[in-house]
Design a protein around this ligand. Structure first.
Ligand code: GLN
Ligand code: ZN
Length: 768
């Protein structure tokens, strides 16, 4: 029986690649130094896997920035706007071109914007979206894949090169050439793939892994046909190369018969996300095919439950025999942190919780352990069973009070006292806001001073008293400024928050943080998600003091600012011993307690941010509604404990929700603020067909840029909005929080924004 790892993290156990990339971009280290770091990281990874005894060790899973970008450069998928730059360079594989495509390029007379970035399936990893345009000639510009295969070979390690498969490569991109169809594009790209694969075959590669994760998505018959076509051609061209077709992040479902009939040597399936697919697949599995069973989860940080994995592996062995089964991780380990052994601070991660966890390096050993257990090593299994048993009953995880509260939830808990029209009236009476009320989304510029203040407090350089004094000062200044600018609904500025999820996670029971649990988000950017290990509960108010203090400084309404349950879930590593929906409802109850306490403290407007609701959508449309139902319910539970006159806001950083608009409405928030300025309010189109009854603040200026928008352009945007929405329901606000901006531009932009709102009020009274 063989063991198989689909991919390994590449940033380095101490984020060496991040640091080297950033130093190189800043001109602080040479290209040679960067390349040396990269070689060392590749070598470390290969040796880790080799020494652990893994049979199929990935190569070409390394990337300076992103593996899809690598494929673009390898195949000549260079967007037209980089053509001149490319031609000015000596080698097409030049890092100058590569990083220009990733990050944009504005020097030496060139000016090209970066390629678009988007989330890789339902992960928090962002890839660069390939752009297929008419200027491109697809050809093997350089062969990174072969270079890295040979590099490993020179170290005495035979690897399995990993590539994004041709169909998923195309489907993950955008065709920008008029008249070009997917099939035509495949015809152009296949020769490049074939040339690449032939070079690997020639260099002595035995296995190659082609990732086709789009096989777990809903596919049209035309797209299904593309797989047949591509793999038939590939098979003919490289008859001696063994092809492992990798699917992950979901089940094959209606693509099962397609996938198992493709002329490849092994099929990899994700049995963590979709264990139920195993029976169907085995029932129809062809004679000559091997099966790689992905049982060790590449998406979380928990120890594998060997007993559960063994059941699946044994089932596969019973049907196919040991020789045809590989034990594998569910997907690439790119989405997990490097090495749990580096977590040595017991005050951060207690030994008890640490013993439930496994990072990438530990997961590799789990794959080996499963093989060893099948070979008869009982101790490994017994130890694992003991850990699982201890975890399943641990008092720090299982809190009867939380479970009882969840069990006692009724429909009334997800329901405000009155319907929106009555609430709107009650809120108008108490808040007395003008038409086109102005507000901001929550955070104000996070200056160097503010960051240092938080860091100093965390390190113990200053005490709580000093820290709070300075935060209060920042709040005072921001309230003063908002008063001067005559903003209608004020915010305190979120100066005390490092991150909108971490801030709450640090105060809630059931969360733990790691010191070094970094995962790549995009390029050199890494995130360290909180870990939800147990039942969630709020032991004390989290924001009430800051919000009340801010409210005490002004007669205008001060908006309380919270992060919603779905977003907290979505941006954390989530426990795997209960459904996500249940964890979300627990968080919802904790947020509900906070909302109620804010109201008690005299806060009349409360915003619960849910920027991650849309990205939580399941990969298959058939599963959407179930998710949306519990996500919406969780939001409603978190905000429904208040009186009619308390105004509930929510915020999302996008407004592409045409397909889920009825669910957005079902959230029943009194006010929603969304991002719309970059699309020039085009995204509001949906409101021409869907009657959205609530108040809404379509962002009038883009906070991603330091540019100060003029009064006129914001007025124009608001006029557009009045054509689609009743004036009574329109709010005036920026697209998102202002934490990444600087104060001078923020002040000027807000001044203009308030002036635009005034213009609108005058215009409305004139017509009335
Ligand atoms: N209230 C948050 C802020 O202003 C919202 C951030 C977000 O939407 N991602 O920073
Ligand atoms: Zn936002």
């Amino acid at each position: 029986m063989q063991t198989n790892i689909l991919g390994y993290p590449r940033i380095g156990s101490n984020r060496e690649l991040k640091k080297a990339n950033e130093a190189y971009w800043a001109g602080k280290i040479s290209l040679e130094k960067l390349q040396l770091t990269a070689r060392q990281l590749r070598r470390q990874n290969w040796e880790t896997l080799h020494n652990a005894g893994i049979d199929l060790i990935p190569s070409n899973d390394f990337s300076y920035y992103d593996q899809i970008l690598d494929m673009c450069v390898m195949t000549g998928t260079i967007p037209a706007r980089f053509k001149a730059l490319k031609e000015s360079l000596v080698t097409p594989s030049s890092p100058e071109l590569y990083f220009a495509m990733a990050r944009g390029y504005q020097k030496n007379g060139f000016d090209a914007t970066a390629m678009e970035m988007t989330k890789w399936f339902d992960t928090n990893y962002h890839y660069l979206v390939p752009e297929f345009d008419a200027s491109q000639k697809y050809q093997l510009l350089y062969n990174k894949c072969l270079d890295e295969f040979k590099e490993a070979l020179s170290l005495g390690i035979q690897t399995k090169p990993v590539l994004i498969g041709p169909v998923s490569f195309i489907l993950s991109g955008k065709i920008k050439e008029e008249g070009l169809q997917t099939a035509g594009l495949l015809d152009k790209l296949l020769p490049v793939y074939i040339q690449l694969l032939q070079s690997l075959q020639q260099a002595g590669a035995t296995w190659v892994q082609l990732d086709e994760p789009t096989l777990v998505l809903d596919q049209t018959p035309e797209h299904q046909e593309l797989f047949h076509y591509a793999y038939t051609q590939i098979r003919e061209a490289v008859p001696a190369l063994k092809i492992l077709l990798a699917t992950y992040f979901g089940g094959l479902q209606d693509n099962t018969s397609l996938a198992i009939q493709l002329p490849v040597d092994a099929l990899h399936i994700d049995l963590v996300r979709a264990p139920e697919q195993l029976d169907d697949i085995l029932a129809a599995f062809p004679e000559n095919l091997q099966l790689s069973v992905g049982v060790v989860n590449g998406r979380n940080i928990w120890k594998n439950n060997y007993e559960q994995s063994l059941q699946l592996i044994h089932k596969a062995i019973a049907a196919l025999g040991k020789d045809r089964v590989m034990i594998a991780t569910s997907c690439s380990l790119l989405h997990t942190p490097y090495d749990l052994d580096l977590e040595t601070d017991e005050t951060v991660l207690t030994p008890q919780i640490k013993n439930w966890m496994a990072f990438a390096k530990q997961k590799v050993h789990e794959v080996i352990a499963l093989k060893d257990i099948i070979a008869g090593n009982d101790t490994l299994l017994k130890d694992n069973q003991a850990t699982m048993l201890e975890r399943s009953t641990a008092a720090i995880i299982h809190k009867p009070a939380v479970k009882a509260r969840l069990a006692a939830l009724t429909a009334a808990d997800a329901q405000r006292k009155s319907t929106f029209p009555a609430r709107q009236k009650a809120q108008e009476e108490i808040l007395k806001l003008p038409l086109f009320p102005t507000t901001t989304i929550g955070s104000f510029p996070q200056t160097e001073d503010i960051r240092k203040l938080r860091a100093d407090f965390k390190k113990g350089v200053i005490n709580r008293e000093e820290y709070e004094k300075d935060i209060r000062k920042a709040i005072q200044d921001s309230v003063q400024l908002q008063e001067n600018l005559r903003i209608d609904v004020l915010v305190h500025g979120e100066f005390e928050r490092n991150d909108m999820v971490e801030y709450f996670g640090e105060q809630l029971e059931g969360f733990v943080f790691t010191k070094n649990g970094w995962v790549q988000s995009y390029g050199s950017r890494c995130v360290k998600p909180p870990v939800i290990y147990g039942d969630v509960q709020r032991s004390a108010p989290m924001t009430v003091e800051w919000s009340s203090y801010a409210q005490s400084l002004t007669n205008k309404p001060m908006k309380g600012m919270l992060t919603g349950p779905v977003t907290i879930l979505q941006w954390s590593f989530v426990r795997d011993d209960q459904p996500r929906s249940e964890t979300t409802l627990q968080i919802a109850l904790a947020i509900r307690d906070e909302v109620v306490d804010l109201e008690k403290a005299g806060i009349r407007v409360i915003q619960v941010d849910e920027p991650a609701i849309r990205e939580g959508l399941p990969l298959r449309e058939a599963d959407w509604q179930t998710y949306l139902d519990w996500a919406v319910k969780a939001f409603r539970i978190s905000v429904s404990g208040v009186e009619d006159a308390t105004q509930i806001h929510t915020h999302m950083c996008y407004s592409e929700f045409n397909d889920i608009i009825s669910n957005i409405a079902a959230m029943d928030a009194d006010v929603i603020t969304i991002e719309t300025s970059r699309s020039q309010m085009e995204l509001l189109e949906v409101f021409s067909t869907f009657r959205y009854p609530y108040e809404i603040g379509p962002g009038v200026y883009d906070i991603h840029s330091p540019r100060v928008p003029t009064v006129e352009e914001m007025t124009v945007l608001l006029e557009k909005a009045t054509q689609l929405l009743p004036a009574r329901n329109i709010w005036v606000n920026p697209d998102c929080g202002l934490k990444t901006r600087k104060w001078p531009e923020t002040e000027q932009a807000l001044r203009n924004m308030v002036a635009a709102a005034r213009n609108m009020r005058v215009a409305i009274t004139a017509t009335a």
